[in-house]
Write a protein that binds this ligand. Sequence first.
Ligand SMILES: C[S@@+](CC[C@H](N)C(=O)[O-])C[C@H]1O[C@@H](n2cnc3c(N)ncnc32)[C@H](O)[C@@H]1O
Length: 390
Amino acid sequence: MNESILPAPEPADLAVSLALRQRICSAIDAANGHLPFSEYMQLCLYSPGLGYYSAGKEKFGAAGDFITAPDISPLFAAALARHCVDALQQTENGIVLEFGAGNGQLATDLLTQFVELECLPSRYCILETSPSLAEAQQQTIFARHPDLTDRVVWLDNLPAAFQGVVIANEVCDAMPVHRLEFTSQGYFELAVTDDGDNLRWCHRPLPIQLEAFAEQIQQLNQGTRPYITEVPLVASAWLNSLAETLQQGAVFVIDYGYPASEYYLPERVQGTLRCHYQHQAHDNPLILQGLQDITAHVNFSALAETALSADLDVSGFHYQKDFLLAGGLAELASEQMTGSQDVFMQMKMAAALKRLLLPGQMGESFKVLSLSRNVELTRLCPMSDKRYLL
Ligand SMILES: C[S@@+](CC[C@H](N)C(=O)[O-])C[C@H]1O[C@@H](n2cnc3c(N)ncnc32)[C@H](O)[C@@H]1O
């Protein structure tokens, strides 16, 4: 999309963006004029008080920039809850740990399900990087579950050691990525520089920790140049630290993304980085700092490799549609449809199901990587398992 037709920001928003841009320019100066893109993305999204996720503007739903599955239908949480219960029942005193709980809708609906299924975890913990979102989450969750204030807690760090279930829905795509560019002169890390008027792309020599990735990408993209792509070092480090503390239980990573063979296809010459601003998608992260979401598809093969090297079991890799159906989505929807005479509700539910399940919508573009340690995820369907793609 042509970025010149993006909606113009309000003056107050522009002022916040300008303040963030100044902070970014200082960081560029401090980095000798070239800030690695991953650090730029970190500042754009999470800079205290100014970043996209930290500044307190509405991001979710019609008034924001995007809609996630929990806002489409509570059936998403209902099906996910059944996978969680499967793992929770095999742990002693298991907790649920949700990363990046957004507006709190998923946690609210999951807790409703856990109560109904008589399988409330001993604690429902949330690790959220954005203080303003953590506040919004508290309001949403406790408005529906005022009796659970002792059980739902916000953490600043990973628990030292724990058993239970970890959920990350659309969190890994919001983690900063490193960007690489392959040119006829070799391969480089993409960085951001300030030319006095505008922020611009520039090259940095490839740091050593990206070299193995660059070699792997060159094999998968068949040496295609010019070629720009992303590398998920931050998401892999996140999963590594999680694996160090999970003693027994399951991790469900739900997101849009690809296995490496598809991520680094020769024809994907501009990578997967996208920006979302008021429901418009485009691919220039060097504008609207702090006002637009910046996201990259998840490289599920890299996460699976990290999991294996950290001694987690890779228990399944499914399209979202197959994961939700294995969680009982069809039965739950049909129970609710037949139990109601409300035609409007039935039409709304049918539209939500299409959005969550159809291959052209979220059904196949979203995948679920299921990891485990010392539990068996019995609800996962072997017939639809796509681990062979990883
Ligand atoms: C796209 S939103 C998804 C929100 C929610 N999970 C949903 O499905 O609606 C990304 C969320 O992840 C949070 N986040 C990003 N990186 C994180 C990290 N390393 N730890 C915890 N939260 C993180 C953001 O602040 C935000 O709440």
